[in-house]
Design a protein around this ligand. Structure first.
Ligand code: SAM
Length: 280
């Protein structure tokens, strides 16, 4: 294949990225979604679900390190961690870098995403065999309802909030999450683009604010996501989140103590977003 381009079929963003690709490595339809693996000369392999690029090998760390290490370092000693979604394994890999972790449960509704990742994305799926990892194939919305005071950190690494991922942004879900967390637990989720999905970002933040005493928003640049400037919503029962609570000892490419602090929007700007006195 020469000069062949794949155009994303993203129903959720008003922009579609177009990738030069050299090969289609895998194509199937699971019980839940269309799965495609492409080879790209610039980005390495790409994982595409329902026409939307989820990750690329070149820049995935810029997403997974921020999603995992901000909540993990805000917590002084995370032992029991729940990841909802994240079937590619990237968030699990980052979570298990923390020596304090004794159990990381990954709940992805779609078993096939995990199998495809094990086959095509070994640098992401490298932690599935870690003895501390437990994999469950179930809807995260249902799974979390069975637990009370069980987890130190819960991370949602889901697809866009449409279809079966939509429930993971609701106030009802956040109430279950709150109950499943220990008394000093921390929750974090990827919450889409600050430009293109600001209404959704504010809605999710407000849903979290109705449940948690401390809610905040941080961002990172993710070169393959629509708008590049990506948001993460974080909520805490007790611990402050804007500073790491301990020294950063894990090996990362971009996350550091300084990056943790700088990821958070200045409070005045965050409040302008939340009271809607700022919009793009
Ligand atoms: N980093 C990616 C992004 O933001 O585009 C997310 C990648 S990860 C592959 C997303 C995973 O979330 C998918 O494998 C999908 O099956 C899973 N997922 C979506 N909704 C879910 C739900 N309700 N319960 C469990 N897993 C879910």
């Amino acid at each position: 294949m020469k000069d062949v381009f794949f155009i994303e079929r993203d129903p959720y963003a008003p922009i579609r990225h177009c990738y030069a690709v050299s090969k289609v490595l895998y194509e199937s339809k699971s019980q839940y979604q269309e799965i495609l693996v492409l080879e790209s000369p610039e980005f390495g392999k790409l994982l595409v679900l329902d026409g939307v690029v989820q990750l690329d090998e070149k820049y995935e760390f810029m997403y997974h390190e921020f999603l995992a290490h901000v909540p993990m370092h805000a917590h002084p000693e995370p032992k029991d961690v729940l990841i909802i979604g994240g079937g590619d394994g990237g968030t699990l890999r980052e979570v298990l870098k923390h020596e304090s972790v004794r159990r990381a449960v990954l709940v992805d509704i779609d078993k096939e995403v995990i199998e495809v990742s094990k086959k095509f994305f070994p640098t992401l799926s490298c932690s599935f065999d870690d003895p501390r990892a437990i994999v469950v194939n179930e809807d995260g919305y249902k799974y979390v309802q069975d637990y009370e005071g069980e987890f130190d950190v819960i991370i949602v690494d889901s697809t866009d909030p449409v279809g079966f991922a939509h429930v993971l942004t609701t106030e009802e879900f956040f109430k279950f999450v709150f109950r499943a967390l220990k008394d000093d637990g921390i929750f974090c989720a990827q919450t889409e683009s600050i430009h293109y999905h600001l209404d959704m970002v504010v809605k999710i933040q407000n849903n979290l604010r109705r449940v948690f005493p401390l809610v905040d928003l941080y961002t990172s640049v993710v070169p393959i996501y629509a708008g590049y400037w990506w948001t993460y919503s974080i909520a805490s029962k007790k611990h402050p989140v804007r500073e790491p609570s301990r020294e950063v000892k894990v090996k990362t490419k971009i996350y550091s103590e300084d990056m943790h602090r700088h990821a958070f929007l200045p409070k005045s700007f965050y409040e302008r977003i939340m009271n809607r006195s700022f919009s793009f």
